[in-house]
Design a protein around this ligand. Structure first.
Ligand SMILES: NC(=O)c1ccc[n+]([C@@H]2O[C@H](COP(=O)([O-])OP(=O)(O)OC[C@H]3O[C@@H](n4cnc5c(N)ncnc54)[C@H](OP(=O)(O)O)[C@@H]3O)[C@@H](O)[C@H]2O)c1
Length: 309
């Protein structure tokens, strides 16, 4: 097994701070930080009790493991800088933390005898100084070259108490799409739902208060019972009349807004987009409903939510 005694971070942002602190907390050693702005590297070094490096070459020479915790669109750029900096990379591990990119971005890693991995915490890291406290909840995915470095990294992360999943390079875009659906789409759906309530006269605050128990309850049911058992509502009940009314209400939303005085905010989506989204989600829920109630005839519902061009 390799040792994780000298981990160097390039990019002292949210993930650089958080992984560094988390790694130290669990017994790894950091060489330190290099970043675009010296002040970021200094702050991260202070936070983790490691060193600030003013020159990339110095960090590289002092590190066995290099984490490129820079924005996705800078990973290749920084890798090119590493290749050009003249320090021997042989035997080192190079990692980035992107969810959508694979380790294949480190071209020529083979020729330099560098092991290339991507290591992604499935977690929203929003606070440089606090997110490490919650990181034990995250599942990590590791993608890249099998061998001693990958085993070492996997064992270390598992030793921190996290679950690790191995993933193939070709699956990373789909894997990342799944993460976006689970986190960002949930935000989008709650924004839409809240806007519809505001359209019905709720304040922003009262809409939030009304939706929280509903959303929390659904999430808890999904976790405790699984997605199929957790489904409730008109689609599961094959209540075609209610679904038809929802679609009519959504499609007339804009027209009503113009007719009714006193509606202060525009709906977040125009009627057509809201109807399309509702129809697409209903088709998805019908698939779940069908696997729950094989005997149910959803043909009328299918017709109601069919896209008409
Ligand atoms: N945030 C998340 O929730 C999350 C979760 C999982 C994975 N990730 C991945 O983690 C990586 C970093 O994301 P982040 O959220 O930590 O971004 P971030 O907060 O914007 O931090 C990126 C840091 O990189 C530095 N940087 C930019 N260009 C650089 C360059 N050419 N050379 C050296 N340093 C450079 C910047 O440093 P200065 O401050 O010095 O300008 C910045 O602080 C990305 O690959 C992202 O996809 C993020």
């Amino acid at each position: 097994m390799k040792r994780l005694d000298n981990i160097g971070f390039i990019g002292a942002g949210k993930v650089g701070f958080t992984l560094g602190k988390y790694f130290i907390k669990h017994g790894a050693g950091l060489s330190g930080y290099y970043s675009k702005n010296a002040s970021s590297a200094k702050d991260a070094a202070e936070f983790t009790g490691s060193r600030q490096y003013g020159r990339l070459e110095e960090l590289v020479a002092s590190s066995d493991v290099l984490f490129l915790t820079v924005p996705d669109n800078s990973i290749r750029l920084v890798w090119d800088e590493l290749l050009a900096c003249g320090v021997n990379l042989s035997g080192k591990l190079i990692c980035h933390a992107s969810g959508s990119l694979s380790s294949e971005i480190f071209n020529e890693a083979d020729q330099c005898e560098v092991t290339a991995l991507s290591l992604h915490p499935l977690f929203a890291i929003s606070d440089k100084y606090r997110s490490f406290e919650q990181l034990h909840k995250a599942v990590f995915t590791i993608e890249g070259e099998p061998g001693e470095w990958r085993d070492t990294m996997r064992n270390f992360i598992e030793g921190c108490g996290n679950t690790v999943e191995l993933i193939a390079a070709k699956d990373k875009p789909l894997y990342h799409a799944a993460a976006v659906v689970a986190s960002n789409f949930l935000v989008g759906l709650s924004y839409l739902s809240s806007s519809l309530l505001e359209y019905c006269g709720f304040s922003e605050e009262s809409a939030k208060r009304a939706l929280l128990p509903l959303m929390e309850g659904s999430l808890k049911n999904v976790i405790s019972q699984g997605t199929i058992a957790a489904l409730t509502g008109p689609v599961e009940r094959n209540d075609c009349e209610t679904v038809r009314k929802h679609i009519r209400a959504l499609s007339e939303m804009e027209k009503n807004k113009v007719e009714q005085a006193g509606v202060k905010e525009e709906p977040v989506l125009n009627s057509q987009e809201a109807v399309l989204l509702y129809q697409s989600m209903t088709r998805l829920l019908m698939e779940i409903g069908h696997s729950k109630h094989k005997e149910t005839d959803y043909r009328l519902m299918e017709d109601i939510v069919k896209l008409r061009t």
